[in-house]
Design a protein around this ligand. Structure first.
Ligand SMILES: Cc1cc2nc3c(=O)[nH]c(=O)nc-3n(C[C@H](O)[C@H](O)[C@H](O)COP(=O)(O)OP(=O)(O)OC[C@H]3O[C@@H](n4cnc5c(N)ncnc54)[C@H](O)[C@@H]3O)c2cc1C
Length: 456
């Protein structure tokens, strides 16, 4: 029976679901899968993106773990494609590769002053509060007023973490150094800006409703934002999700604190709609001092136009959550405009000619861009795997498909890779660290320590 030796690069949900689906799908060949992951721990953004106070979503890790634990996938953690292993290596030892490397950079927000001190991308902050090993462990919160640009779930995550009292994060897996910074936070007002109206937001009802339940935080919405045009009214009437969002916001209009009136909480989370950021004002030291935005209005077709009216909100820090962006991989085609690997339903295409690149596939956020929930990566993977199975005739013919070749190659290159057993060891260690305090886990953050515990 023919055997497919498959390399998957990226052990986030997309890579793991792809492995799972391939192992279960009807096929006429045997499969052996090696999963390469740049971090010493698997699960991608589920571990390093989903906020620590969303344990239900973090729970997806349980299902992903079951896939890895089945015993027919080899994990090579702490191995970076492009640095420790190349496309030529993979061609030499496998029949095909699936790239599932996600998108971890911030998309740009091109307005004057955006590079000022105190202006951050969402990915920087999220990686910090989720204990990503490759970002600095320190973070400074030094201002009562902060801004968040964006109207998606990531913007709400950031606003929530900034507004929430740290003690309410304690039972979660929030890293100790993050807790310490949040516990002494001077933040009292978090301002969230979206360039469209309440009926056009990208966040989901559950995430919005959660803000209204934060202890000692007043939700501040402004009546002027709810003068709906016909398109907004139609959206509220016809779309269940928009209807729920509208209902939540309408209730907040009646709460103390609405329209900036006196509320009862020590912290406030303001939602500014119809607000297009145009400039970050800085102080004499080049630090963020205010965000200038232009009021927008609906253009009748679901989009917005500027009204010319400029407003300014003083703040000491600004966080932009305007989307993530994929990163190019050495030797692999890349679409600079959309931040993805060019592909047709997961079959990778050459950048110059749009022709198929046999043996090379993509799935997840690096395939279709950084939108959608974890569950969407499953349907992505199904499509990609279907092509991989159907393309049997065009797979690579490797020189050395032996299972020993990759460990030997990594060892020869001095790579301290971690395996599944090592990950179990680290996982158990983190859970053990958290147990005495009744916490889900205490994450080990420094990469060398993660590797040391895994390889112990
Ligand atoms: C801040 C944030 C919060 C989110 N919250 C939620 C939520 O609450 N609920 C929800 O359903 N979805 C949420 N999402 C979306 C969800 O995280 C994504 O849908 C999902 O993670 C995408 O999966 P992926 O496998 O394509 O990418 P990723 O999860 O990013 O996984 C990619 C993996 O590839 C690895 N990798 C990258 N480059 C290399 C390389 N060169 N060599 C080897 N490995 C490499 C990375 O280290 C990573 O482990 C959130 C996203 C973000 C950004």
């Amino acid at each position: 029976m023919t055997k497919l030796r498959l390399a998957i690069v990226g052990a986030g949900p997309a890579g793991i679901y792809a492995a799972d689906i391939l192992l279960k799908v009807e096929r006429s060949f045997e499969v052996s899968i090696d999963l390469f992951e740049h971090l010493p721990a698997p699960y991608g953004l589920v571990r390093y993106g989903v906020a620590p106070d969303h344990p239900r979503i973090k729970g997806v890790i349980g299902a992903l773990r079951e896939v890895l634990d089945r015993g027919d996938i080899r994990l090579f953690g702490n191995v970076r494609f492009g640095e420790h292993i190349t496309l030529d290596d993979l061609k030499r030892h496998y029949n095909a590769v699936i790239f599932a490397t996600g998108a971890v950079r911030d998309a740009e927000l091109a307005i004057p002053g955006i590079d000022a001190a105190g202006s951050f991308g969402a990915a920087d902050f999220v990686s910090w509060f989720d204990g990503h090993p490759d970002v600095p462990r320190s973070w400074t919160l030094d201002s009562a007023s902060v801004g968040v640009v964006g109207n998606g779930n990531v913007a709400l995550d950031i606003a929530r973490i900034l507004a929430k009292h740290a003690v309410d994060l304690l039972p979660t897996e929030v890293p100790d150094n993050v807790y310490d910074v949040l516990a002494s936070s001077p933040v009292t007002d978090v301002h969230v800006f979206g360039r469209r109206g309440p009926a056009q937001v990208k966040f989901t009802p559950l995430e919005l409703r959660e803000l209204g339940e934060l202890r000692d935080v007043d939700m501040v919405v402004y009546d002027e934002d709810f003068d709906y045009d016909e398109a907004s009214k139609a959206a509220v009437a016809s779309n269940k999700q928009v209807k729920v969002i509208d209902r939540v916001l309408q209730e907040w209009r009646t709460r103390p604190g609405a329209n900036g009136s006196a509320g009862s909480a020590s912290r406030r989370l303001h939602l500014h709609f119809w607000a297009r950021p145009v400039e970050v004002r800085t102080d004499a030291h080049g630090r963020v001092a205010a965000l200038v935005y232009e009021r927008t209005r609906p253009d009748g077709s679901g989009s917005v136009v500027g009204t010319g009216e400029l407003r300014e909100v003083p703040m000491g820090q600004l966080y932009r959550a305007v989307g993530y962006f994929g990163s190019p991989l050495p030797g692999v085609p890349f679409d600079d405009r959309h931040g993805v690997i060019p592909n047709h339903e997961g079959q990778v295409l050459r950048a110059d000619s749009n022709e198929r690149m046999p043996g090379v596939y993509a799935t997840g956020w690096i395939k279709r861009g950084p939108v959608g929930l974890i569950g969407h990566t499953k349907s992505d993977a199904m499509e990609t795997i279907q092509h991989l199975v159907n393309d049997q005739g065009s797979w690579w013919q490797p020189e050395d498909p032996s299972e020993d070749a990759i460990p030997a190659l990594l060892a020869a290159r001095g790579v301290a890779w971690t395996d599944l057993e090592g990950w179990h060891r680290l996982d158990a260690h983190e859970i053990e660290l958290g147990a005495p305090q009744g916490r889900a886990r205490v994450k080990v953050v420094p990469r060398d320590e993660m590797v040391r515990i895994s390889r112990d």
